[in-house]
Write a protein that binds this ligand. Structure first.
Ligand SMILES: NC(=O)c1ccc[n+]([C@@H]2O[C@H](COP(=O)([O-])OP(=O)(O)OC[C@H]3O[C@@H](n4cnc5c(N)ncnc54)[C@H](OP(=O)(O)O)[C@@H]3O)[C@@H](O)[C@H]2O)c1
Length: 261
């Protein structure tokens, strides 16, 4: 028996990086997981196959029947687009009849100092990182309200708390997520829906790999724990909120090696 047996989860941007680790962690505890992707179709399908294989193995080890093949699906959607983001949530509800856990993880960076930032850079990051959270949350809410149950977990960043050179657009999107999370938590608590933000520090994914190596070394020197985080370490906190966070709402949980306290 997993802690999330019978639950339906959606992870935006779930095919790689932090989203992939989150999707795996939720599936390991028994949730059905819809893995949203934008451009990483092959990685999304590979993850679906890996989750199916894992659940098959779990079923065999428990001496039970074959696992349901529908334990994971991959769904393409650009969540910065209102129609596609809402369509993503609608597809999950149509397919599986409910939605229990929504992890708003999709995100991008377009780093430039304010002197060089263009309107396009600003809007792309706000649309991808912040507006997407509004679209999917409001689309999932009616079903969660009917169920009287929901766990919404928004992936923010320590940059939304502390700011960072060259990341005004990103920081604003991630700070906006924290503010959005608190209001949604206040409004939805009465329906059994919790809404929390998770603020990772620097985590080993493609996003961090884009940062020049010498800058990575400078960043590392600022982290009290002296190393970058692993996607699995972020996923553990998401799993905790989803499975055991019954009385936690409106919070920002920092998983950052101490880089911001
Ligand atoms: N890595 C870090 O140091 C760090 C620190 C703090 C917070 N975070 C946050 O953690 C989250 C995951 O980051 P990551 O490091 O795993 O990044 P990543 O490796 O660059 O992956 C980004 C993910 O977001 C998806 N995505 C981007 N735009 C999308 C869109 N419009 N629609 C659907 N999916 C979209 C990508 O999907 P496709 O590949 O399918 O296009 C990909 O799965 C982000 O919100 C990020 O801001 C990361």
């Amino acid at each position: 028996m997993g802690k999330l047996d019978g639950r339906v989860a959606v992870v935006t941007g779930g095919a790689r990086g932090i989203g992939r680790a989150i999707a795996l962690a939720l599936a390991e505890e028994g949730a059905r997981v819809a893995i949203n992707y934008h451009s990483s179709a092959a990685a999304a399908q590979e993850l679906v196959d890996a989750i199916r294989a894992m659940r098959q193995e779990q079923a065999h080890q428990a001496g039970g029947a074959d696992a349901d093949a529908e334990v994971a699906i991959a769904l393409q959607a650009d969540v910065s687009n209102a129609e596609q983001a809402r369509g993503l949530i609608a597809q999950v509800i149509e397919r599986w009849g409910r939605i229990d856990i929504l992890v708003n993880n999709a995100g991008i960076t377009r780093d430039r100092t304010l002197r060089k930032l263009t309107d396009e850079d600003w809007l792309a990051v706000i649309n991808n990182n912040l507006n997407s959270v509004y679209y999917t949350t409001t689309a999932a809410m009616p079903t969660m309200i009917e169920q009287k149950y929901g766990r919404i977990i928004n992936i923010s960043s320590y940059v939304g708390q502390a700011g960072n050179f060259g990341q005004a657009n990103y920081g604003a999107s991630k700070g906006g997520i924290i503010a959005f999370t608190k209001t949604a938590a206040i409004e939805l608590a009465r329906y059994g829906i919790t809404v929390n933000a998770l603020a990772p520090g620097f985590t080993l994914t493609d996003m961090l790999a884009k940062v020049p190596e010498n800058v990575q070394e400078q960043i590392k020197a600022r982290i009290p724990m002296g190393r970058f985080g692993k996607p699995e370490e972020i996923a553990k906190a998401v799993l905790f909120l989803a499975a055991d966070g019954d009385y936690i709402t409106g919070q920002q949980i920092n998983v950052n090696g101490g880089v911001y306290m």
